[in-house]
Write a protein that binds this ligand. Structure first.
Ligand code: C5J
Length: 221
């Protein structure tokens, strides 16, 4: 059954049965006041704005019985899956694997690596652990989506210009239709958030569509 989401650059026809909600990296270290992002001096309130709209969308998807997937950026404790280029990046004092305010930074199993309680995955919702920015790189996400017959992805999370954008680009090249609800993505840099959304919907939707949580929820109903 075809539904329509009010969106830019034009309304997106979709079938709820082949649509999934993909929530990117809503991890404690990026989002909580006591986390690694805050330790670096970032204003985490800019990211926290996305929590309530994502929660509303998550509730609507769960109520409709539709597929929800979550991702987490992070690595094995022995760092064997960190590209040396990523480990060296930034020349910062604090590197992946070092001790941060919520355990070892970007390491699977540590408190800061986990998803915030407000959006915690329910049993049966796939959690994709990814070593990179994109959710398709070195993961089984594409296989899971294909097996479930997914064609349309509603992509939420943080940060808009990094992991959300990279994932939308990867998904678009793999033939998925992607829509980002603007209030369900966020960045430490508001200007990057705005520009990243403009890039998605530019040139007739070169990477996909932009809408908001209310319009997506209305379309599900
Ligand atoms: C994400 C990052 N999740 N900004 N990571 O966007 O490094």
């Amino acid at each position: 059954m075809t539904h329509l989401i009010r969106a830019e650059p034009y309304d997106l026809p979709f079938d709820p049965a082949s649509t999934a909600l993909l929530i990117i990296d809503m991890q404690r270290d990026f989002i909580e006041p006591g986390g690694f992002g805050a330790m670096l001096g970032n204003d985490v309130s800019l990211l926290r704005r996305a929590i309530d709209p994502i929660h509303a969308l998550l509730s609507a998807f769960r109520k409709a019985g539709l597929l929800v997937l979550h991702t987490r950026e992070g690595h094995r404790p022995d760092l064997s899956d960190v590209p040396p280029s990523k480990l060296a990046r930034g020349k910062g004092e604090t590197k992946i694997g070092d001790i941060g305010p919520m355990g070892r930074i970007l390491i699977r199993g540590e408190a800061g690596h986990d998803i915030i309680p407000e959006l915690y995955p329910k049993a049966g919702e796939p959690v994709i652990d990814k070593p990179g920015k994109g959710s398709f790189c070195q993961t089984d996400l594409e296989l899971i989506l294909k097996n479930r017959g997914v064609r349309t992805l509603i992509v939420c999370g943080v940060t808009t210009e990094v992991c959300v954008h990279t994932t939308v680009r990867e998904a678009n090249d793999r033939g998925f239709e992607c829509l980002v609800p603007s209030d369900c993505a966020a960045s430490y840099f508001p200007e990057f958030h705005e520009t990243a959304l403009r890039m998605i919907k530019a040139q007739g939707g070169i990477f996909g569509w932009v809408s908001d949580s209310a319009r997506v929820i209305a379309a599900l109903g």
